[in-house]
Ligand binder design. Structure first.
Ligand SMILES: Cc1ncc(COP(=O)(O)O)c(C=O)c1O
Length: 366
């Protein structure tokens, strides 16, 4: 039985050759050539002026929040469902996470529910383009403007997604993408901070290099800061992958279309479509089981796993975790957390593999 992995990269000779090249030539005078190539490619892909490659997206999110001046005593609004990195990066600053429910139709923060959570301490909204689907940035921008809040985009999985051609990660004050191994474009690890503000870029850059200014002497630093930059070797791989982003999005969208075709007649399986206002890279296709519960969902995941089909359970609601514990009324998030499954979508997935996955699902859900 062929193993069907949850995710992974599309690696061609271009990636293999550039990684070899970066090992041979990415030192001495070549010590930043791939970083420079990646920056230029992202300038082009995202149509964004300032790009700072970082060690991971979590690092870029920490820098994004610091560059907006977020600190202890502040509150930051974020969706209840995300990878815990979103909340952790807020916690690093000392600010408090305020969790808002998601829209179960696209798994992004529900803009209609944001305003109820705004207080005099709110300083920022940190949205997540969940699983690649773009958030409703038009509505969210209206709210951030109305209350004078910073808008930060956790665009980790959403490279290539856009709204009328404007790329996710470029709507707010700062956006952050991930190049971790299961992302649509990978650098093995890596992240990037994107902003149109020179001031925020300069701040983030300085704080990513231990605050080194050389102002009084060589190697002088004026700040307690971090070492958060990306390596030249990771940048080499990420560069080729970003260059191929249109092709990679096409592959992911084809996978999503095939799932939709095979699952559309099931009454109790709801495929999570891209929102009408936006174009998704469909990095991670999801389904939500209707009239179900956590136990049934977990049984399905185990049954699939016994057939060597590796899916993932949805993230927990972050407010359930001990360090973020709050009384939460985010009922859509709790339902999705217990009843949704992220389906496999490695780029080498064949139509017949997807049929096999869907046939197995159909044995347990109607
Ligand atoms: C929504 C979201 N935010 C943040 C991250 C963190 O990315 P990284 O692992 O590059 O720090 C991820 C990575 O999986 C993610 O899915």
């Amino acid at each position: 039985m062929k193993k069907i992995f949850f995710g992974g990269p599309s690696i061609t000779n271009a990636e293999i050759n550039i990684v070899k090249d970066s090992v041979k030539n990415g030192f001495y005078e070549g010590m930043s050539i791939y970083l420079e190539k990646l920056i230029r490619q992202l300038n082009k892909t995202l149509k964004s002026k300032y790009i700072l490659p970082t060690f991971t997206c979590t690092h870029s999110m920490h820098l994004a929040l610091l560059s907006c001046g977020i600190k202890k005593g502040d509150e930051v609004i974020l969706p209840e469902i995300s990878w815990v990195a979103t909340a952790q990066s807020i916690a690093y600053t000392g600010a408090k996470c305020i969790f808002v429910d998601i829209d179960p139709t696209n798994l992004c923060i529900d803009p209609k529910k944001i305003e109820d959570s705004v207080t005099s301490k709110t300083k920022a909204i940190m949205v997540v383009h969940a699983f690649g689907h773009p958030c409703n940035m038009k509505e969210i921008k209206k709210i951030s403007k109305k209350y004078g809040l910073y808008l930060i985009e956790d665009a980790a999985p959403s490279l290539g997604s856009n709204i009328n051609g404007k790329m996710t990660g470029t709507f707010g004050d700062v956006g952050c993408f991930s190049f971790q191994g299961s992302k649509i474009a990978t650098g093995n690890e890596g992240g990037v901070l994107v902003t149109k503000s020179k001031e925020k870029y300069d701040f983030a850059k300085l704080y990513s290099i231990l605050g080194r200014t050389d102002s009084k002497k060589p190697f002088w630093s004026d700040h307690i800061a971090y070492r958060y930059g990306m390596s030249n070797l990771n940048a080499a791989l990420a560069y080729v992958q970003v260059k191929r982003i249109k092709e990679l999005v096409k592959i992911k969208r084809k996978i999503a279309e095939t799932y939709i075709r095979y699952l559309k007649n099931l009454n109790n399986v709801k495929f999570i479509y891209e929102p009408k206002y936006g174009y998704s890279n469909y990095a991670y296709p999801n389904i939500t089981l209707e009239n179900s519960n956590k136990e049934k969902r977990d049984i399905l995941i185990r049954k699939l796993s016994s057939k060597k089909i590796y899916c993932r359970a949805m993230f927990p609601a972050t407010s359930e975790m001990p360090m973020f514990k709050t009384q939460s009324k985010n009922i859509n998030s709790f339902y999705v957390s217990d009843n949704s499954i992220t389906l496999p979508s490695p780029p080498n997935l064949k139509i017949k593999d997807i049929k096999r996955i869907c046939d197995e699902i159909k044995k347990y859900v109607d």
